[in-house]
Each structure stands twice: as structure tokens, then as C-alpha cells.
Write a protein that binds this ligand. Structure first.
Ligand SMILES: [Fe+2]
Ligand SMILES: [Fe+2]
Length: 275
């Protein structure tokens, strides 16, 4: 049976280890949330205690990013490695979106905040499954290769700070996805892998909204606390994100998501970072 509050539902997803099971549960919970919303008897948000780290399957083996073997992106093995890395990112993203709901259930927020992250978690679950289908169509699967161990660090670092979480996860990490996805689509297009191209186009279209939700609720909280959004963003990213942001930036999609250039350029490495 499902949890009776949204934060309990989130914890159930976070404590499910298997990727396909986690995403199936995530999609069921999202459907239940929106069905209840539509019927006019909202599921209460409640409060719950999420695990410090989400449950993970035994495979993939998690390695320090420096120890994850690199393969040429043009080779079939290189493309499998990209798909595997994307699947790993999507699975983490499922947990990140449920974690923001569970972790900050005590912070009073408009219901739209919860709608946005439930919808995002549902979309990430779809993304994980689409990319797993691509891996399986190419004779592989999620878990066949090692994956980055550091992906939950941003969540742990910002476990006490909702504005920090919004700044670092949707507005930095997910925005980075907007920068790199067109290049990945190009690689799979060149190789004639139409399944992967289609999957990545879905991801690319939907991720813009996740960044936009981050920006929307970040600005909302700045308004609540009478803070200057750009200054606070710079402070929080410098505090919680380790290292400079990497250009080139997808300025067009970032703008569409409500991220103005004066938010990210001053945090970038290179000559433009001085200002
Ligand atoms: Fe995604
Ligand atoms: Fe996302």
C-alpha cells in the first residue's frame, strides 16, 4: 500500500534500491498525487525523515569520478558509456526530486511547489526508463559499467538549506544538462541510434522545466525573505558547489528556464569570471 502523505511516498521511493522498481513506484505515486489533486481531495504533504542517502542497487559499482574509465565518445563502447552515465544521472535525479519534497516538508510552501517536484520526479523516472531501454537495445543494461560515486554530494551538502538546494541542484546541475545535451544528441544522431536521439530529445525538452521550477521557487523564497536573488545565488553556489561553472553555456535554454546570464557568468572559470 502507498504512504498516506506525500513525504511518506517520497521516502518510499528513496528507500527502494532497484532502478526499475524505484521509477515504477515513483510514477505510481506521482499519478496518485495528481489524481487526488484533480479530484479535489489533496494528499497531505506531512513530514517524514528521508534517509541521508537513497537506497541504491548493488550494481553499478560506484567509483570516484577520477577512477571511472573514459572511452572515446565516437566508439560504440563510448556511446554505451554515455548512455550508462545518463541513466545514472536520471536515477539520481528521481531521488533528488523526491528528496527535496521529503527533506523540506517542514518548510511551508504553496502546493504548486509540490506539484512541480512531483511532476519532475515523474519525468526523471520516465527518462531513466527510456535510457535503460536504449542500453538494453544495445545489449547492455544499467549496472553493467561503473558509475560516479559523488552524485549525492550536492544533496548532502544542502540537506539543511532549501535555497542552497534550489541553487545547486536545479539551477546549477540540471542547467548544466541543458548545456551538454545537444552535443550528446549529435553523437547519437551521427551513429544512427534513433532510439537514443528520441530519448534525449524528450529529456532535453523536459529538463528546461526543472531548471525553471528551481528558478521560480528560488525567487519565491528570495521574495519571502527580502533577499537579492542574484547575490544570494552567488553566495550559495560558492558555498555549496565545489569549483567554477563550465562554459560554454546554453544561453538560449537557460533564458527560457529563467536563468539570466548575470547569475551564472560570474561563477564561471576563464576570463569572464573576474567581473
Ligand atoms: Fe532527466
Ligand atoms: Fe531534471
Amino acid at each position: 500500500m502507498t504512504g498516506t502523505t506525500l513525504t511518506q511516498m517520497a521516502v518510499e521511493v528513496l528507500t527502494t534500491a532497484d532502478g526499475r522498481e524505484k521509477t515504477a513506484l515513483s510514477r505510481r505515486h506521482a499519478a496518485a498525487w495528481f489524481a487526488a489533486r484533480e479530484a479535489g481531495h489533496d494528499i497531505p504533504v506531512g513530514t517524514a525523515t528521508p534517509p541521508l542517502r537513497p537506497a541504491r542497487p548493488e550494481r553499478p559499482e560506484l567509483l570516484d569520478p577520477r577512477d571511472v574509465p573514459r572511452r572515446r565518445p565516437g566508439s560504440p563502447q563510448g556511446r554505451l558509456a554515455i548512455l550508462h552515465a545518463v541513466a545514472h544521472i536520471e536515477l539520481n535525479a528521481v531521488d533528488l526530486h523526491w528528496d527535496i519534497i521529503a527533506r523540506f516538508g517542514h518548510v511551508p510552501m504553496p502546493i504548486g511547489f509540490h506539484d512541480d517536484w512531483v511532476k519532475s520526479a515523474d519525468e526523471e523516472s520516465k527518462h531513466f526508463n527510456l535510457i535503460c531501454d536504449c542500453l538494453e537495445a544495445n545489449g547492455s543494461h544499467y549496472g553493467a559499467l561503473p558509475a560516479h560515486a559523488g552524485m549525492w554530494r550536492a544533496a548532502e551538502d544542502t540537506a539543511q538549506d532549501l535555497m542552497g538546494r534550489l541553487a545547486v541542484v536545479p539551477m546549477v546541475l540540471e542547467a548544466r544538462g541543458l548545456d551538454v545535451t545537444p552535443g550528446m544528441i549529435g553523437i547519437f544522431d551521427k551513429a544512427g541510434d534513433t532510439r537514443a536521439v528520441e530519448a534525449m530529445k524528450v529529456i532535453y525538452a523536459e529538463e528546461v522545466h526543472h531548471v525553471a521550477y528551481g528558478s521560480k521557487w528560488f525567487h519565491f523564497l528570495c521574495g519571502r525573505h527580502d533577499l537579492d536573488p542574484k547575490e544570494v545565488f552567488h553566495d550559495l553556489v560558492r558555498r555549496y558547489f565545489h569549483g567554477p561553472l563550465k562554459p560554454p553555456f546554453n544561453e538560449e535554454k537557460r533564458a527560457e528556464a529563467g536563468l539570466p546570464p548575470d547569475f551564472y557568468w560570474p561563477l564561471a572559470d576563464g576570463p569572464a569570471a573576474e567581473s
